[in-house]
Design a protein. Sequence first.
Length: 299
Amino acid sequence: MKRSDHSIPVPGATLGAWWYLPEGPGPHPAIVMAHGFAAVKEMYLDRFAERFARAGFAVVVFDHRGFGASGGEPRQEADPVLQARDYRHVVTWLCAQPEVDRARIGIWGTSYSGGHVLQAAAVDRRVRCVVAQVPMVSGHAQTQRRVHPGRLRSMHALFDEERERLAAGQAPRLRAIIPAGDGGAAVYDAPEAVAFYSQGPVLAPGWRNEVTLSTVAHSIEYEPGAQVEYISPTPLLMIVASEDTITPTDLALATYQRALEPKKLVLLPGDHFVPYVQAFEAASGAALDWFAQHLLPHG
């Protein structure tokens, strides 16, 4: 196995990526990977990619546009529609690589990107296998859980004001991802989220604890679970955490119930972030088994 850095051109940006090639002659089955909300590939995705590559898969792990090693403006803005499309752009890039068997391409996403892969697999038949780990499935339902009804109106007023500011040419306003010590509002304040994102500067020194205010508005509008029935007959694995309050467990399970066969559910004990460290062996092993079953020549 060897890893190299690549820049993948996509409309409006270039995506900074790691490119893993396994030992042995190709063409190899391949997997596309990206991280969740405002996270970058150094935040534990190398562990997953290395495990997949050692099993014989070519793997590309990219940073979303506007984050990490990727280009794109505005910086620190997560537009889920563009991010889901970038998965498909990377599939197109993979199809042009001589080391890759274009008939055996899978996609893997986690958290916010867990929703992106549902969206991409529902419309792109080049995707032959999909793994959605602790996926975000409904921005509306998730917001209803996390935001008090009394705050919703003021939130939407703030988003409308931001749209008018941007239309007038002003710079995007930023919001902290986890509390920054200045008393300002943050996207997450749950202890498990604070613990995970606090590792950002350690694992990726260039990581920034901020997103644009428009990022928050985009997330409320995003409904990737609405198309889950359309994924079939592409094989779908959903890995769900039993005590997830970030992408609530019951919302993910209800989305899984609406998915058509072939499908499989793996339920991990713990919170939203356990797949990266505490339950890494179970999460990565389940994903690897699913990819092997559906992408390797003899399953």
